[in-house]
Design a protein around this ligand. Structure first.
Ligand code: ATP
Ligand code: MG
Length: 362
């Protein structure tokens, strides 16, 4: 049984659809991330689940119970938001104890649980301080302790690390994962940072325009995108235009612009003759045939740029038309070996060449 399920859950503001009717199942213990551009409906979906906004249709089931119309505090859901400030007039211990006090826990239990929670977020000595005496990262740790202390079955986090600098964010990502493993609850996490989503999630729900564009593991979305939107949103992608001349189940053959034919994989079945774009991730384009690289196209090295540990290679290829083809490889093996203006064979595995419908960006 899923911990949380939305059925046709939707939200409109006037005639603007902030969230189209949405079905989503979140499994017990799962770390699910809502990812998507600004305005795609992430906070709207989270607010509906939390009970901070009223749905215009559909249902929310939590552990088999219909909570669509339940008050937020009746939902067994914890929340941590980017600007969900701590209560400034309460000490850290009082802040963390607050949800337990609200639920009428005995003081002796509260004291013990607060001590444990402070240890869990690695801030054992600050119980008597006030929020303004803590750094931003420490405050977010306290907020984390506060929203997990009563062990709600689902914890919602809306860009909790958005206000922190990169280094602190990396640390806090790790802390959140550690605490998730320790308490074993279900987390629904919102970010518009794709790297953060890829690092942290069991599954990613990528949203676009108030709809789910694709839901799956980070690998699914990154390597098997079902639409151009998904391919483009998650990191760098080479997209080669072509048409599908044969398709059988999850693989097929595409004729590229220069007439070359390559084998591709098809995450979604497409009709023969469809206009497609073939997505190749830069790290899947190799200069050596080697095992598993059963396809190749000819390309001329136009430029290369060292970006640290890896080098970016820019190729011109008749099969790619006007667009440059980008490949990446470790700088250590590229240095001084490759020559601009030289033709190379770019090799790849047909499983890494993903044909996506070129019609619309559904
Ligand atoms: N109270 C409101 N009244 C009118 N429109 C709203 C309201 N709240 C949200 N919207 C609109 O609904 C859409 C979705 O908003 P939402 O806050 O869910 O986006 P988001 O994905 O969380 O974006 P961000 O990454 O910027 O936080 C936006 O176009 C927003 O302007
Ligand atoms: Mg938001």
């Amino acid at each position: 049984m899923s911990t949380l399920e939305t059925q046709g859950l939707g939200k409109v503001y006037g005639d603007f659809v902030a969230l189209a009717p949405t079905d989503l199942k979140v499994e017990k213990g799962e770390f699910l991330t809502l990812l998507g551009p600004s305005g795609s409906g992430k906070t709207t979906l989270l607010s509906l689940i939390a009970g901070l906004a009223d749905a215009d249709g559909g249902r929310i089931m939590l552990n088999g119970r219909d909570v669509t119309h339940a008050a937020p505090y009746q939902r067994d859901i914890g929340m941590m938001f980017q600007n969900y400030a701590l209560f400034p007039h309460m000490t850290i211990a009082e802040n963390i104890a607050f949800p337990l006090k609200m639920r009428g826990k005995p003081q002796a239990d509260i004291d013990r649980l607060v001590t444990e929670a402070l240890e869990m977020v690695r801030l054992p000595h600050i119980a008597d301080r006030y929020p303004k005496e803590l750094s931003g990262g420490q405050q977010q740790r306290v907020a984390l302790a506060r929203c997990t202390i009563y062990r709600p079955s689902v914890i919602l986090m809306d860009e909790p690390l958005g206000a922190l600098d990169k280094k602190l964010r990396d640390q806090m990502q790790f802390e959140i994962l550690r605490i998730h493993a320790e308490i074993g609850g279900t987390i629904i996490y919102v970010t518009h940072d794709q790297e953060e989503a890829m690092t942290m999630s069991d599954r990613i729900c990528l949203m676009n325009g108030g709809r789910i564009a694709q839901l799956g593991s980070p690998d699914d979305l990154y390597f098997r995108p079902e639409s151009l939107f998904v391919a483009d949103f998650l990191g760098e992608a080479n997209l080669l235009e072509g048409s599908l001349i044969a398709g059988d189940g999850d693989s097929g053959t595409v004729r590229l612009k220069d007439g070359a034919e390559i084998r591709v994989s098809l995450p979604r079945p497409l009709a023969q003759g469809s206009a497609v774009k073939v997505m190749l991730r830069p790290q899947n384009l190799r200069l050596d045939p080697g095992a598993g690289a059963d396809q190749s196209i000819t390309a001329r090295l136009a430029n290369l740029a060292v970006t640290g540990a890896s080098t970016k290679l820019f190729f011109d290829a008749p099969a790619a038309g006007d667009a440059a083809l980008i490949a990446t490889r470790p700088t250590a093996i590229s240095a001084g070996v490759l020559e601009r203006g030289q033709d190379y064979r770019l090799c790849f595995d047909s499983r890494d060449a993903v044909a996506i419908s070129a019609e619309g960006a559904a």
